[in-house]
Every structure is written in structure tokens, then in C-alpha cells.
Write a protein that binds this ligand. Sequence first.
Ligand code: TUI
Length: 314
Amino acid sequence: MLNGSICELLGIDYPVIQGGMAWVSDAGLAAAVSKAGGLGVIAAGNAPPEWVSEQIDLVREQTDKPFGLNVMLLSPNAKDVAELACTKRVPVVTTGAGDPSQYISRWKNAGCLVAPVVASRALAVILQKRGVDFIIAEGSEAGGHIGELTTMVLVPNVVRSVKLPVVAAGGICDAQTVAAAFCLGAKGVQVGTRFLLAKECAVHEEYKARVIKARDIDSKVTGRVTGHPVRILRSPLARKLAQVEYEEDAVKKLEMLGEGSLQRAVQCGDKESGSFMAGQCACLIDRIQPAAEIIAELFDETRLREICGRVFKD
Ligand code: TUI
């Protein structure tokens, strides 16, 4: 059940891609997810190519299974990391936070599968023409940098607009939301926030504690005036960001507050000035588990049958 085109295309057992979360998605998490039958993804974020190269080698030391590399297009290192994907023959490249058009032919010539994250129908249509292999449509329930549209609207709109398989992202964290994504026409899911609570995820224990205790109203979108809105959990930093948003020189002030804030949350659990990025679904999850157990729960066949059975009975 549910293991169609995406599994065959990627050579994986479950149609789940681990979100490429900057500072979070390292070789340890990616290898755990790939070993468990999903697609583990290393996030380059703003990191230099040397660090990314090391992480690729570390994944390959731990597993022969396919894995991905997420290229964050706003990074000053994006170009070098994009080239690294070719030289290291990374099986799958995902992208975020921009239009990857300029890199696609290089990646395809190097034999990579290419899956951009999009936040709008228009970019999905353009990237289909450029020859990507599938599309990841990420709704604004997601954590980190987000677009305007919700998963509920974006996913079916992209599904009806392209011929390629579509993977749904944003708000997907359990069997119920996996079933919902497939109802919207997706052929797979990308999951970020739930993997923050994987045993193999090396974020600071304070970060995990905050995700565990998050309520629905603890999710905030900051930095809208910069043109790069970011969803984070409520914190002193979130409050400061909201305060300066409409002040003079807001963009500069927001940049200064944001600088290094994700790293401080991930590595130090900095309660004052850390940026704890997480999706809205943080309020739906509350347990640290091995990645393999998370994947088993996402695709719990009995549970999925029960959920879908209920949809058609009522
Ligand atoms: O990229 C993400 N999530 C991220 S990136 C990130 S690092 C960062 N930190 C602060 C500010 C900005 C980035 C943290 N979380 N998700 C994928 C995603 N892509 N969400 C939205 C988009 C997107 C937005 C606009 C993709 C394409 C796009 O196109 C605009 C264009 O250039 O056509």
C-alpha cells in the first residue's frame, strides 16, 4: 500500500523523504532514515562545501542505501555545494528557498535525481519544463522558511498542474496526515519536524523539549517584511523579532537578530536568542523515538486502512 512511483524512482521502501533542515539534518540523521527505508537527506544550509563533503562520506560509511543532499539556495555557498553534488555523485538533490533552474542540467548530467521544494504552482510548472524528476510541494504549516500557501491548497494545485509525481510537505507527522497527503494526490511525503524527535537527531535536548511541549499557538511566523518569512517556536527571540518587524530599519535589525540564531538553538539550546524552527505539527508530536519507529508509525498499514475506511464509511 502507498509504495508506488516514488519508491521505485528513488529505490526506497517507504515514500518518505526526511526534510533537509539546516544545522539539523547531518549524516547521523540522514543515515538512520535511509537505513530505515526512507530517503535520508543531508542539509547543506549555509555550511561550507568541506563540511558537506564530510557528511556525504559519513553517510556512505554507514549505508549503501540512497540518500539526498538539500541545497539551500539562499546560502552564499550554494554554487559550490551544487557542484559538490555532481562531483560526489549524490543520488538525490533537493533544493529549498529559491529557483534552482541554473543548476538542473549539471545535476542531471551528473546522474542525480532532482527534486526541488516549491511553494507555488508557477515554479513547479517551470521546473517540470527544466527536467526535474519530481516536485516537493511545501505548505506553510512547515517549519523554517515558508511560502504563503497551505499544504491543503498547494498540493492539489501542483498535482493538477504537473505530470510529475508530487511529494507533499508541511504538517505531515503521523499516519493520519500521511493519509491526508495521499488523498490530496501526493505520491509521497516529506517529513521534517517529526524527525527532530528522532533518537538519532543530534539537536540540543532543549530543542527537543520545546518541540515536545509545543502547543498549537506556540508556532509563530517571523520576518515577513524581509521577504523570507520563517516559522519558529515562541521564544524571547520570536518576541523581539515581532517587535522590530515594523520599526525603522526592520530588515537590518531582523538580520542581526537572526544571524547565527538557528545554530545557537540547535547546538547550545540557547533559550534567549536561539531560533527554534519547527512546523505547526510540533503540537501533534511528543515522543523521542528511533527513526525506524517513526517511519513504521507513519506508514502503519492497519492504522492507514482504519483512517481511509472511516473516510469512505462516514
Ligand atoms: O527552504 C526551506 N526551509 C528553510 S531554508 C532555511 S535557512 C533560512 N533561514 C532564514 C531565512 C531564510 C532561510 C530554513 N528553512 N523550505 C523550502 C522552501 N522553499 N520553502 C519556501 C521555499 C521557496 C520559496 C520561494 C521556494 C522557491 C521560491 O521561489 C522564489 C523564486 O525565486 O522563484
